[in-house]
Write a protein that binds this ligand. Structure first.
Ligand code: NAP
Length: 353
């Protein structure tokens, strides 16, 4: 691995600055003294951008906010002017949508094409770091068994998701594929992709994020699963490691390709256990629900808990390889159990006001 050194000579662009992940990327860039142009949908929404403005005032780097919507053609042109690196995090992350095409696929896919169109027009951008996801690698846990040697790696692509089944994973897969197509069609800028598993850990500040990561911990810690949780396994990574991987992907000269990021595979009950170790009186689940019960009543209580989801995911081991992220990006993973507890504490503090 070549030396990791943050270059403060040129400004960088971060899209989706109000987001959970982007908050930490911007924090780390500002802390290193970088000039950051950050896009948000509404720079005048003080509740959503106040913590960013504060970081810009308190940390050594400089922050300028720009208005940009993924679906507005050319929206990123102005914010990208003079930037050497673009971090593209903006993409809707929600599991409950009315219209998957309009609410997920269009902003993820057309937004990525729109952003990279601006990159193609810009003369200064040398590298784009795209926040993709592990769900661009696999759709269902059953896909692990179909992967070479039964383990997901960066060589695998999600082929099981669609508009009807796991549309969020579908949106991320289409967006990452489109990014590679546009990157491969030219040789002026270089694409590095980060594929995090489920992200946990505290938000950098401001309001509790709308990211699904927080919704899940709110449900687990708030008593929604008191009678039991589905036996669902997935990869987990701390948000601060995700931010570090983005910076390393941006500034390590040899960084290339996709990078799966996770500390470990864990279950929903495992996250409840991590919170219980510190907060034994919290209304947490103590057991998993039988698969047959979820198959029977899941679709009635949760739109995303379809019978296909239950049969392809519940009780099925999640197996993946994170060695490239350690070897080529130099990531040394934090405990995601600790991060889950910190998130729970943030949610509880916000609820008290
Ligand atoms: P988040 O907090 O919901 O952030 C999503 C960001 O995208 C927000 O800043 C949001 O802006 C922006 N966005 C959505 N639609 C937009 C549009 N039409 N135009 C402009 N901006 C738009 O979620 P997150 O967890 O930080 O996710 C950030 C990235 O990480 C996403 O690409 C997500 O797919 C990826 N990721 C997340 C996880 C995870 O577990 N959280 C795991 C793997 C990958 P508003 O604030 O205006 O809505």
């Amino acid at each position: 691995m070549t030396e990791f050194k943050i270059n403060t000579d040129k400004p960088v662009l971060v899209t989706g600055a109000t987001g959970y992940v982007a908050g930490w990327i911007i924090h780390d860039l500002l802390e290193a003294g970088v000039e950051v142009n950050a896009t948000v949908r509404d720079p005048n929404n003080a509740a959503k951008v106040g913590h960013l403005t504060r970081m810009g005032e308190e940390l050594p780097g400089t922050l300028t906010l720009f208005k940009a919507d993924l679906l507005q053609d050319g929206a990123f042109d102005e914010a990208m002017q003079g930037c050497g690196i673009v971090f593209h995090t903006a993409s809707p992350y929600t599991l409950s949508v009315a219209d998957p095409q309009k609410d997920l696929v269009d902003p993820a896919l057309n937004g990525t094409r729109n952003l990279l169109g601006s990159v193609n027009r810009s003369e200064s951008v040398e590298r784009v770091v795209l926040t993709s996801s592990c769900v661009a690698v696999y759709g269902d846990n059953a896909d692990c068994a179909k992967a070479p040697n039964g383990i997901l790696t960066e060589a695998v692509w999600n082929t099981s998701s669609s508009l009807d089944h796991n549309p969020y994973g579908y949106s991320k897969t289409l967006a990452e594929r489109a990014a590679w197509e546009m990157a491969d069609a030219q040789d002026r800028w270089h694409l590095v992709v980060i594929n995090p598993a489920g992200i946990y850990g505290p938000a950098v500040g401001g309001p509790v994020p709308t990211s699904e990561s927080f919704n899940l911990i709110r449900q687990i810690g708030g008593g929604d699963f008191k009678t039991g949780v589905p036996h669902y396994e997935s990869g987990k990574v701390d948000v601060r490691d995700v931010a570090e991987a983005h910076l390393r992907g941006a500034y390590l000269p040899d960084a290339q390709g996709r990078h799966m990021l996770f500390e470990k595979s864990g279950s929903l009950l495992g996250m409840a256990d991590a919170i219980r170790a510190k907060y034994p009186d919290a209304p947490l689940p103590t057991k998993t629900l039988p698969k047959w019960l979820l198959w029977l009543v899941g679709p009635l209580v949760n739109k995303a808990m379809t019978r296909r989801f239950v049969s392809q995911n519940i009780g099925i081991e999640w197996r993946a390889d994170n060695s490239k992220s350690q070897r080529e990006l130099g990531i040394s993973y934090r405990s995601t159990d600790d991060g889950v507890v910190e998130m729970h504490e943030q949610i509880m503090a916000a609820a008290k006001g």
